[in-house]
Ligand binder design. Structure first.
Ligand SMILES: [Cu+2]
Length: 470
């Protein structure tokens, strides 16, 4: 961060065109230099000069916006602008965002902080920012036309309010929302509790994920903004697997994951190997007596959820949206189901006309993950990501939580793949399998003749011991 020193020393103010008449003289004198994110890597939280009374959140493949104090007010500067977001290696999208990236930087404050946010508009059209979930004066709520005039291109507006309640929040435009959210304009906001809070526990790792969706044709770079439902890219912090960093934790770390959903559909968020409790919603922390254990929690449109667990099982655990189409990237949605269809003969005829023609999907779509078939430039593979045992066959809203005993205190670098203890990995059976029970009349006979097993396996259903039957 070469900008950091300038920022902290207060040097460098925005000049010229952006210095707009809408900002008062007092505010202009204090306008902080806009900070930019230049790479999609996860950035370590910056240390404010006077320390911080909280454990900062980790925005995977993102960052937290630095602030500066001005007479007891925490000042931030957001710049709404076109950005280029690398969604995965080899695939860059042309989006709109804040301070160089989409999503915009995470804003982190403490309950009771007075916050001043300068918002400079470098988009080709007007915008506003709505502070989703916050208690604030009505005129700071950011709905264009209702609470304020829109911020015209080139202008800077000032929002100021007290962060009254601790919790998980988001920010996004409330002007030409359909376009601006389809283009990636959104960010996360976390208000930490002031001191001890009876319902908000201290955690070792605190991850934030903003869910968004895009419709970008394979080979192109700009989202189709009129799309209502048929999105083809499902992203976490505007990244798709294998472009999403892993969640690296030490064994027995207390982990909190905060999720905000600014897509047009719900997402059942699922973690492997552990049970969690939803400890907070958009409205704040949940009373302890009302929490229950889960392994999947649905995050509906416009909602925020935070859930917590003890990461006590070592390993590489999948963490993903459970809608299977949301763990795939562009392509695949218009492909007919070919399972069980023998089209070798047809393929031979087509190959005479089109030499590069490939038979696809006859045995399912897993081949797609392995074939590495040619795809248009600037396109994320539909399902990919290499793991220690081959292709993970995932895309979109998928990552891995890496729980390690050996992770040193304070070191959350990527430990690589899990080394499974001997005898703890599923293995191929040598020899013949034992008989398997199957439902009457189902199974092999439904397959085309050439795919049927040579013989049916004898069905043996045993009653549980001690059960007298009926
Ligand atoms: Cu989903």
């Amino acid at each position: 961060m070469t900008n950091r020193r300038n920022f902290l020393s207060g040097a460098g103010a925005i000049t010229g065109a952006i210095a707009a008449a809408t900002v008062s003289k007092v505010a202009m004198a204090a306008l902080p230099e806009p900070m930019l994110q230049t790479k999609p890597d996860t950035m370590a939280p910056l240390l404010p000069p006077n320390g911080r009374p909280y454990n900062p959140v980790v925005t995977l493949n993102g960052w937290t916006l630095p602030w500066r104090m001005n007479n007891g007010v925490k000042e931030f500067h957001l710049v709404a602008e076109p950005v280029v977001r690398e969604m995965a290696p080899g695939f860059k999208a042309h989006l709109w965002g804040y301070n160089g990236q989409s999503p915009g930087p995470t804003i982190e404050v403490v309950e009771g902080d007075r916050v001043r946010v300068f918002v400079t508009n470098k988009l080709p059209e007007h915008t506003t920012i709505h502070w989703h979930g916050q208690r604030l004066p009505n005129g700071m709520d950011g709905v264009a036309g209702l609470n304020q005039p829109p911020i015209q291109p080139g202008k800077t507006f000032v929002y100021e309010f007290v962060a009254r309640r601790p919790g998980t929040f988001m920010y996004h435009p409330h002007a030409d929302e359909m376009t601006q959210m389809a283009m990636g304009m959104m960010g996360f906001w976390v208000t930490h509790p002031k001191g001890e809070h009876p319902l908000i526990d201290k955690v070792d790792r605190d991850f934030v994920f903003l869910l968004s969706a895009y419709d970008i044709e394979p080979g192109s770079a700009t989202p189709k903004i009129m799309t209502m439902q048929d999105f083809n890219l499902w992203t976490w912090n505007s990244r798709v697997f294998p472009g999403i960093d892993s969640l690296n934790v030490r064994q027995n770390d207390k982990v909190r994951i905060r999720v905000g959903n600014l897509t047009m559909t719900n997402h059942p968020i699922h973690i492997h190997g552990h049970e969690f409790q939803v400890t907070g919603t958009d409205g704040g922390p949940i009373p302890r007596s009302a929490r229950w254990p889960e392994v999947t929690t649905d995050v509906a449109v416009g909602q925020m959820r935070q859930f917590e667990f003890l990461a006590d099982e070592e390993g590489d655990w999948a963490f993903h949206c459970h809608k299977s189409h949301h763990t795939m990237n562009a392509m695949g949605h218009d492909v007919p189901t070919m399972i069980g269809v023998d089209h070798q003969d047809v393929a031979k005829k087509i190959t005479r006309l089109i030499p590069d023609y490939m038979v696809m999907g006859e045995r399912g779509m897993a081949d797609m993950g392995e074939m590495e078939m040619p795809i248009p430039d600037n396109t994320a593979r539909m399902m990919s990501g290499q793991g220690p045992f081959g292709s993970v066959e995932m895309g979109g809203m998928f990552s891995v939580m890496k729980v390690r005993k050996s992770q040193k205190a304070g070191d959350y670098s990527n430990p690589g793949w899990f080394k499974h203890p001997k005898g703890t990995v599923a293995y191929e059976l040598a020899g013949d399998p034992p008989g398997a029970a199957r439902a009457h009349g189902a199974g092999a006979s439904a397959l085309p003749a050439k795919n049927r097993p040579a013989q049916n396996i004898e069905v043996q259903v045993r009653k549980p011991a001690g059960h007298s039957g009926n």
